[in-house]
Ligand binder design. Structure first.
Ligand SMILES: [Zn+2]
Length: 80
């Protein structure tokens, strides 16, 4: 069961613990992590997270290593 709230989204699972600021940061990072990101090769918004630092484009099939929670497209390492 995942508890999400209107105010702090997915961080709702922590209840009233840890403070608002930290819970807001967690909610923001988790939203970014699941979102579709832009592919560095075909430039489509179809890159999803496979695992820590591993991102794959559903459109062209490109798999690359980048940021752990958000793909850091500034320095992407290709593997064709
Ligand atoms: Zn692509």
């Amino acid at each position: 069961m995942t508890r999400r709230t209107k105010k702090i989204g997915t961080a709702g699972r922590f209840g009233a613990r840890y403070g608002v600021r930290v819970r807001k940061q967690i909610a923001s990072i988790e939203a970014q992590r699941r979102k579709k990101h832009m592919c560095p090769r075909c430039l489509k918004r179809s890159v999803k997270r496979e695992g820590t630092s591993i991102w794959r484009c559903r459109h062209c099939g490109l798999t690359f290593a980048s940021g752990a929670y958000v793909p850091n497209l500034g320095r992407v390492r290709y593997e064709d």
